[in-house]
Design a protein around this ligand. Structure first.
Ligand SMILES: C[S@@+](CC[C@H](N)C(=O)[O-])C[C@H]1O[C@@H](n2cnc3c(N)ncnc32)[C@H](O)[C@@H]1O
Length: 371
């Protein structure tokens, strides 16, 4: 390439980059998330609200909805803005800090602050125990507890909020120095307890099963060698000791991606996320939703999405029950509580540009069938 061609190529590249950046910033402005706060930006909120309220029978007054993962209250606020007098949204979180933040944000919808609604009722609970918790919670209009088959819609936006990740003292992030904690509820075993007390085989199993970690054995060995671990930096060092900063085989094998998988797998075990998810998808949601009620789930990694897909399709996560067939090859087993609605959905490119966390989100929707 001669000098003139080189200069022209550089000019074209620069102009292309400028146009690309302008398009991105235009997209960002058009798609700026009006329910985002410094606490958290709700992912795919329009799609979630649409899925919950689509086909609403206008003659049917008084919807009862449940946001099982209140977080900063972004999805809840978006839902409440579309509800009308006589509707009620219950908002649940296991984390007392999240509940406090969201309740402050949604104060104007609390039953004591509005005479006609829509109403917002905060509930502190693990979503795996919502059948029991709601049985003791009074509906602000009927003045009765929430019983079986009474919900019109149930939203789950799984995982942790940006605020939880950003809080160094919660110990969720490998990019922040803090205690190796990771408990959403603030009670029970911490990630440090797991690293210090589990044997090497159990650590390896956790990293493989919940993180799909290719170097599970080496990392488990290193954790055991580095004991006692008490901070996020201790765990980062244990992982760094057996992981190159950059890997020849690509980003997945590099240190950052490895740390993300290791922290995620320990977080899943600390909060018993698999067991709780199975419980909410196969027991809580089918019990609380009325027939025709919607289950809307946003998941962020393959374990969560696989569980959601199976529960919506088969009503169980157990392979043995799913595959039971009669002598003619027809599937038998427990009755299916849901009908899947549409295909899984991903966030738009514009939303991912504004909120990179949306990249890994998968949205699935199902409708509760007649009992
Ligand atoms: C992704 S954030 C939700 C963000 C929320 N949709 C918003 O718009 O701000 C997930 C929330 O679910 C909560 N959570 C996670 N597991 C839970 C569980 N088993 N029971 C109740 N809440 C849970 C977390 O504490 C966190 O606040």
């Amino acid at each position: 390439m001669n000098l003139r061609q080189t200069v022209t190529a550089a000019f074209v590249a620069r102009a292309t980059r400028r146009i690309h950046n302008q398009v991105l910033s235009l997209a960002s402005t058009e798609n700026s998330n009006e329910f985002a706060t410094s606490y958290h930006a709700p992912v795919m909120w329009k799609e979630c609200v649409e899925a919950l309220l689509e086909g609403r029978d206008e003659r049917r007054r008084g919807l009862t909805l449940l946001d099982g993962t209140l977080g900063g209250g972004g999805h809840s606020e978006a839902i409440l803005q579309r509800l009308t007098a006589g509707d009620v949204l219950f908002g649940c979180d296991v984390d007392p800090q999240a509940l406090k933040t969201a309740t402050g944000r949604l104060e104007r919808y609390l039953p004591g602050n509005t005479s006609h609604g829509p109403f917002f009722v905060p509930v502190q609970s693990n979503f795996g125990s919502l059948v029991e918790t709601l049985a003791k919670t009074i509906h602000p209009i009927s003045n009765k507890p929430i019983v079986e088959s009474s919900l019109d819609g149930f939203l789950l936006d799984l995982g942790v909020s940006s605020h939880q990740i950003d809080c160094a003292e919660r110990g969720f992030s490998f990019q922040q120095q803090g205690p190796l904690d990771m408990r959403m509820s603030g009670v029970g075993m911490t990630a440090a307890d797991l690293c210090n007390e589990l044997d090497v085989f159990e650590l390896k199993r956790i990293l493989k099963e919940y993180g799909d970690e290719p170097r599970a054995a080496k990392i488990a060995d290193s954790i055991v060698r580095c004991r006692p671990l008490s901070t996020t930096s201790d765990l980062v060092e244990a992982v760094a000791a057996v992981t190159p900063e950059y890997a020849k085989k690509g980003r997945r094998m590099g240190r950052t991606a490895t740390l993300a998988r290791v922290f995620q797998s320990l977080r899943i075990v600390v909060n018993q996320e698999y067991q709780v998810l199975e419980n909410v998808l196969t027991r809580v949601a089918p019990t609380l939703l009325r027939s025709g009620g919607k289950l809307v789930v946003l998941s962020y990694h393959s374990m969560e999405d696989r569980a959601t897909k199976r529960a919506m399709r088969d009503g169980t996560l157990e392979r043995s029950q799913r595959d039971e067939r009669d002598m003619y090859g027809n599937t038998i087993g427990p009755p299916r509580p849901f009908r899947t609605l549409g295909k899984k959905r991903k966030a738009s490119l514009e939303e991912v540009d504004v909120n990179p966390r949306a990249r890994s989100a998968t949205l699935r929707v199902a409708e509760k069938l007649e009992n």
